[in-house]
Design a binder for this molecule. Sequence first.
Ligand code: NAP
Length: 334
Amino acid sequence: MQNKVVIIGSGPAGLTSALYTARANLGPLVIRGLQPGGLITTTNEVENFPGFPETVGGFELTERMRQQAERFGTRFLDELIIKADLSQRPFALTTDSGQTIMAESLVIATGASPRKLGIPGEERLANRGVSYCATCDGFFFRNKRVVVIGGGNSALDEGLFLTRFVSELILVHRRDELRADPILQERAFDNPKIRFVWNTVVTEILGEDKVMGVRLKSLKTGEESTLPTDGVYPYIGHIPNNVLFKGQIPIDESGYLVTDGRTRTPIPGVFAAGDVVDHVYRQAITAAGQGCMAGMEVIWFLDEQEHFAKKAKLQMPAIQKPRPIQHAAILQGA
Ligand code: NAP
């Protein structure tokens, strides 16, 4: 299947690229991947996306973006890309069903995934009390105690959402200062269900087939203790989803794809936008902005390719087989 534009990822970056390229009649194909709508669908309330004075849910926000892109002719495929061959154009993408998709241009908007703690018990107890998405399963912790790890916007945003259900929330942070926005800090400090444990890390998640507790270690005193809990939510940042592009596109030391500031990668026709490149802002609105940039770059790139192809077509016959002198003279004069 040959496509003018393929977009990998369906978060704000991918869907905005889709909107722009669809409105240019390029009929983009969006590969939605494992998490249609992207990571923001796990955010309960988005308060800082302009245009929604009463806040909007993360899922609703991207669903609206999807509908808007679809209205102008975007196509969607609910598959996962497992291989991307960017060695020549058109680029060849292989999906998990074995389908090959050819792309004259590509927008990489694969986003980022929650960073794991990498401690004993985390993998074993995933979905058995360890979760990375309060919006998805907070309900199951009704009247229970949960531990949230991290001091950024995600930890506080999701933590505040969890307080709708839980009886008590212990926020464990490795420093004695939060990095979350002041407005979220204020709400968390004012919330009677939230208790803070400072200068402390979780070293193990305890339990056999469900979470029973966590082992804590004070970074100030080195003292260890255990804390009974029913749930653990690590919110310690994200890692860019770059696996498909390793060895093909430059990646910085933190794992972000490197672009030139205009969303262009060193491979002509391949662009990248959103959380897979952005190590500074990482907001839905900046992802959407970069998605717009990538969409416009795609339009310009394909226009240029078409222009070159037309020019080559005009010149080719003259090079390949000599034309009658009269015709060649007209071409030269043109
Ligand atoms: P983040 O801002 O990078 O914060 C990660 C937190 O985890 C930090 O407090 C960090 O501690 C802690 N941490 C990192 N590694 C750790 C480890 N191994 N053990 C214990 N703690 C660890 O990540 P985020 O909160 O996921 O936010 C990511 C981006 O999304 C940010 O730009 C954020 O603004 C955005 N976001 C915005 C909203 C919103 O506006 N409502 C909501 C969610 C996310 P230190 O502070 O000591 O470094």
